[in-house]
Ligand binder design. Structure first.
Ligand code: GN1
Ligand code: MG
Length: 546
């Protein structure tokens, strides 16, 4: 076929370095930008084939999120704006690793296996972050699409969640919104203004937010969006990309892992409400510093708690019997799980790490709130739930309280990007909830107190020797490891610990929490030693933290 000749010719312009093997991991392909040109071209091919298969528009986002500026990466977006399915992740890995001369065979294998009708039209949306390598890499994606005769639309600089939104809008014929950045700002900002319009006693402090844009795409997009907020939210933007380097000592990942404010921000006043985006604006964390100078982090667990409490109250006021659940991973702070289950009486489910797992479980409920502790999350409403809320909001025969709750729920649905965790949409949602509840960040923080915790990494020869079960909370192999962890945990109060191989780094992650920081640190260290000794540690033995 003519298109295959074109591929042979064009793929030679995007050659694969010999011997390079990459895996479509938790968040797509991610490595040093210099190694990615052929991957991008090939993902352009794959997205085109995926579009033919699904008879819908597919998205390709060029970004390496919170990784350093020199890295880059690529993620595929499925028709409803979700992440691509697992079997296509495998196709992606096959295609990425085929030697140059075997590329056509690898592509034809996928086409055959998936019974693709090659005469079907294909459409691909492409977006990129602000990395200097993103321009040429996204061009390589576009080359891949056109090599197979697909149509593409280049959205240029957008956040990852914006691209997910565009794909969903396009494939739902505009029902989710208009597939433009203007459409995105209009939808979410209008919902925010509607939500906050009856909170007229908001003070200037409540309207003011300090934002660290990680020197990335989120900063650019917030600037673009600002006028749509009509001063109902006033954002002091730091790390806007004009001076500092992307993700360098700033951004959501830095703040969460280092448990301290970003550099490059203005002097934060005590109690001032602050938040940080990551490099592609699909994660957000909040924080403040108290009058003693102590830093307080409000992570994904705190956001999930605030949001689910708010929604549960509204559902009760609206008299709607809808099933709400919070989906977390093993990294969720034990205090948050305890508070949700015992005080809020909300159903909590735990899944494996990685947002696609959380997203799928959240889909099982009428209202599924999901967040990773690191700040990636959103809320999913079932079609039935949305319809019931809509009906109630339009019903003229209900009392004022139910009506008000239904209208708030409807606007809450509209402020949420249900396709994927979205720092901009999550920020608007949290800001609206705090405004409606008249709550300060300190009051939000005191809903429950996090258990002190510690995360460590251990290097082992082959991290695959660790196999886990029970949503990664228990190790099945190597023999004796889980028993060792159980015995160590028994030594401390309110303690919990687990280990799992990372899906994005060549390390084993160790998590521990306990009643004091000293205990959490000691337990994390002892568990690290157990991993080192029983799972083939390399290099020096882990040292105590103190
Ligand atoms: C403990 C932790 O934060 N793990 C992160 C990290 O996964 P690992 O498999 O733990 O490397 O990167 C993932 C992708 O960004 C993210 O979904 C996840 O939450
Ligand atoms: Mg990200």
């Amino acid at each position: 076929m003519a298109e295959f000749q074109e591929i042979s010719k064009l793929s030679a312009l995007h050659p694969k370095p010999a011997g390079l093997v990459l895996q479509y991991g938790t968040s797509g392909f991610r490595t040093n930008a210099k190694q990615l040109d052929h991957i991008m071209f090939r993902m352009g091919l794959l997205a085109t084939v995926r579009s033919k298969k699904t008879k819908a528009t597919i998205g390709v986002m060029v970004t390496a999120s919170h990784n350093p500026e020199e890295d880059n990466g690529v993620k595929l977006v499925d028709p409803m704006g979700e992440m691509v399915t697992q079997d296509w992740e495998e196709h992606a890995t096959q295609l990425a690793n085929a030697d140059q001369e075997d590329l056509l065979t690898a592509l034809k294998n996928i086409i055959e296996k998936e019974a693709i009708n090659m005469s079907q039209e294909a459409n691909v949306f492409v977006g990129k972050d602000t990395r200097s390598s993103s321009a040429s890499l996204s061009q390589a994606v576009l080359d891949g699409v056109s090599a197979l005769g697909g149509h593409s639309k280049d959205y240029g600089l957008v956040t990852t969640p914006q691209l997910h939104y565009m794909v969903c809008c396009q494939n739902t014929q505009g029902k989710y919104g208009e597939a433009t950045v203007e459409g995105y700002y209009t939808k979410f900002c209008q919902a925010f203004i509607q939500l906050t319009k009856n909170t007229s006693n908001r003070t200037d402090d409540q309207k003011h937010l300090c934002l660290d844009g990680a020197n990335g795409i989120g900063a650019l997009k917030v600037r673009e969006m600002e006028s749509h907020l009509k001063k109902e939210l006033q954002i002091s933007l730091n790390n806007d990309g004009s001076k500092g380097r992307l993700n360098h000592q700033c951004g959501a990942d830095y703040v969460k892992v280092q448990q301290k404010p970003p550099t490059g921000a203005h002097r934060i006043n005590p109690g001032e409400r602050c938040c940080s985006f990551d490099g592609d604006a699909d994660r957000i964390v909040y924080y403040y510093t108290d009058s003693e100078g102590t830093f307080h982090l409000l992570d994904g667990d705190k956001m999930a708690t605030l949001i689910s409490t708010f929604l549960k109250e509204l559902l009760t006021q609206a008299g709607l019997d809808l099933k709400i659940a919070v989906v977390q991973t093993a990294y969720a702070n034990g205090s948050s799980t305890h508070y949700l289950e015992n005080t809020m009486k909300v159903l909590v489910r735990c899944t494996k790490t990685g947002v696609k797992h959380l997203h799928h479980v959240a889909q099982e409920f009428d209202v599924g709130v999901y967040f990773e502790a690191n700040g990636h999350g959103t809320v999913l409403f079932s079609k039935a739930a949305e319809e019931k809320i809509q009906q109630l909001a339009e019903d003229t025969n209900v009392n004022d309280e139910r009506k008000k709750a239904a209208l708030l729920l409807r606007n809450t649905i509209n402020v949420i990007n249900q396709t994927v965790g979205d720092a901009i949409s999550d920020m608007l949602l949290i800001e609206a909830i705090l405004a409606i509840k008249g709550m300060t960040i300190q009051q939000w923080d005191t809903i429950y107190t996090d258990l002190p915790n510690r995360q460590l990494k251990v290097k082992v020869a082959d991290r695959r020797v660790i196999d886990t079960t029970d949503a990664e909370r228990r190790a099945v192999t190597p023999a004796g490891l889980q028993e060792a962890i159980d015995n160590l945990v028994k030594k401390y109060r309110q303690a919990r610990s687990f280990v799992r191989p990372s899906g994005t780094e060549d390390v084993v992650r160790v998590y521990a929490e306990a009643d004091t920081q000293e205990s959490a640190d000691a337990l994390a260290h002892e568990v690290s030693l157990a991993v080192y000794r029983l799972a083939g540690g390399v290099g020096d033995e882990p040292k105590p933290l103190h």
